[in-house]
Write a protein that binds this ligand. Structure first.
Ligand code: COA
Length: 351
């Protein structure tokens, strides 16, 4: 019961996670056949319209409209934490905002916060650019290379949806009350912020920094476990094998390796192997393998994104999945209203 593990709370056509086989289907497609193969705008169409053959979702106009709003967001984008800033800025959108505009706004606010947090002015979007390339351009104020844009696009598609994860469930709970889409997305952003969900990539890099070199990995992991810490980027509630998204992101990273990130990739691989070995001995019977955050961290770092921007970047892609779940819940779901078992005190007279 604790954590609702194994409990089915909805029927869905969005995505299927097979934790034993290590398979993720996105509207019936294996993640490895979509991410890095089909542009994110088509993946968005698959999620919002149900088919890759539908016209790609044009997120450009929504980016332009969202940028227009930035000066009217008050102090939302000045909050110190990127997810707090995202929550506060998205909350100001009109509750009737349609899914493409909402998704575009999340990316624009995430990029603008990334600039502001570094004391830089937000960069206006180029509505004619691809969503992934424009996201990088809005963060860096320079056009990305084709390889960088492709890696960003692959990342967005990889994390677009993932079964009944905590933020998706949060969105569906809000949708089930017949509340509006923006409210559902704000709830999802709040859930994604937590480090047991979307907040792990930054700590993964802290770990890589602390390990320093491949040879030091095993001893470092042993010491961390001895201190009672968890190895960030390892383990998953559903997967009992390696998260299939880790392989897709590792492939995207290889596409960037000619930019001189080979050493970091080699370190990440060494830490993953060491963590697998040590955790297998430490927790026999519980396969703890790399999750999506492990290579997210390495990939987003290679794309030059500041660590504080990692979870807002995740949200910029996942918002499409949240919107698809919102629609599905509104179309077919009932009010989500589970029960709790009261274990607190009762009046003496009832004893
Ligand atoms: N490092 C060390 N031990 C871990 C571990 C990790 N990354 N992940 C799980 N374990 C251990 C737990 O300590 C626990 O051991 P115990 O039974 O002796 O107490 C056992 O494995 C089961 O852990 P539990 O918390 O029940 O698993 P879960 O399904 O709730 O956890 C995560 C899933 C993701 C919360 C967990 O693996 C974790 O904390 N990982 C690190 C954070 C992370 O990478 N988050 C991003 C997720 S995409």
């Amino acid at each position: 019961m604790d954590g609702l593990e194994g409990v089915i709370v909805a029927e869905t056509t969005t995505s299927a996670v097979d934790g034993e086989a290590g398979e993720l289907l996105l509207r019936g497609w294996p993640v490895s056949e979509l991410a890095g193969v089909i542009p994110f705008e088509r993946v968005a169409s698959l999620f919002l319209h149900g088919s890759v053959d539908a016209p790609p979702v044009d997120l450009g106009p929504g980016r332009a409209a969202a940028f227009e709003r930035i000066d009217r967001l008050g102090g939302a984008l000045d909050l110190a934490d990127g997810m707090d800033a995202l929550r506060a800025s998205v909350a100001q959108l009109d509750s009737a905002t349609a899914a493409p505009e909402l998704a575009a706004a999340v990316a624009v606010f995430a990029a603008a916060w990334s600039r502001r947090s570094r004391g830089l002015a937000p960069v206006p979007p180029d509505p004619t650019s691809s969503h992934a390339a424009d996201y990088l351009r809005m963060v860096h104020d320079r056009a990305p290379s084709a390889d960088e844009a492709a890696a960003m696009d692959a990342y967005f598609a990889t994390v677009v949806d993932h079964g009944m994860n905590a933020s998706t469930f949060a969105a569906r709970v809000v949708a089930s009350t017949e509340s509006d889409r923006v409210s559902a997305i704000v709830a999802a952003i709040g859930a994604l912020k937590g480090r047991l969900h979307g907040g792990a990539p930054g700590p993964v890099l802290d770990m890589l920094d602390a390990v320093g070199e491949p040879e030091a990995a095993e001893a470092w992991i042993r010491a961390a476990l001895a201190r009672g810490e968890r190895v960030m980027g390892m383990g998953h509630r559903v997967y009992r094998v390696r998260d299939p998204r880790a392989a897709v992101l590792e492939r995207a990273l290889e596409g960037l390796a000619d930019r001189g990130d080979d050493a970091r990739l080699a370190l990440a691989r060494a830490v993953e192997r060491a963590a697998e070995r040590v955790l297998a001995a430490d927790k026999p019977g519980r396969a703890i393998r790399a999750n999506v955050e492990f290579y997210t961290a390495t990939l987003l770092e290679a794309l030059g994104l500041p660590r504080g921007s990692f979870t807002p970047t995740f949200a910029s892609a996942r918002v499409i999945g949240w919107c698809a779940h919102y629609d599905e819940q509104r179309a077919s779901g009932r009010l989500i209203r589970p029960r709790s078992r009261y274990v607190g005190p009762r009046p003496a007279s009832a004893a």
